[in-house]
Design a protein around this ligand. Structure first.
Ligand code: ZN
Length: 136
């Protein structure tokens, strides 16, 4: 199975947008929000991890979702398709805003992905297709 189109190879592929007014922040926006929360936490004696979790929860509550994880944060032995849990009425509150990686083998057939907890298809809002280049 060879893919001659280089379009999906390489660095981060932008996620399919969420229905407005929900939005997936880019890494820069998200980083600034987290840095601001850490700084505010530092002034008030709140640990950075706690400050970060509070900021993330607040952003998601406002409809602003975190960017997809970097390639090096993904499970190397699994398909790299991703989906963010964004439907508040469909997921448990603790999962909201979490990115899910497909649990199937890399390069599997079809556009459907599943990790046992979440199932999705390429092109759905809040998804990132699998990368076709699996480096070493
Ligand atoms: Zn998959």
């Amino acid at each position: 199975m060879t893919n001659t189109e280089p379009a999906t190879v390489g660095p981060i592929v932008a996620p399919v947008p969420l229905p407005a007014p929900l939005r997936i922040l880019d890494a820069d926006e998200y980083g600034r929000a987290i840095d601001a929360a850490r700084e505010a936490g530092r002034r008030d004696g709140v640990g950075w991890k706690t400050a970060e979790e509070m900021a993330a929860a607040a952003l998601v509550a406002a409809g602003l979702f975190p960017p997809p994880p970097d390639a090096e944060e993904l499970e190397a032995e699994c398909c790299t398709a991703l989906s963010v849990a964004w439907e508040a009425e469909a997921v448990d509150p603790h999962s909201l805003g979490e990115w899910n990686q497909c649990g199937d083998e890399p390069g599997h057939d079809g556009d459907d992905h599943d990790n046992g907890e979440f199932a999705w298809s390429d092109g759905m809002p809040g998804t990132v297709p699998a990368r076709t280049a699996e480096g070493g």
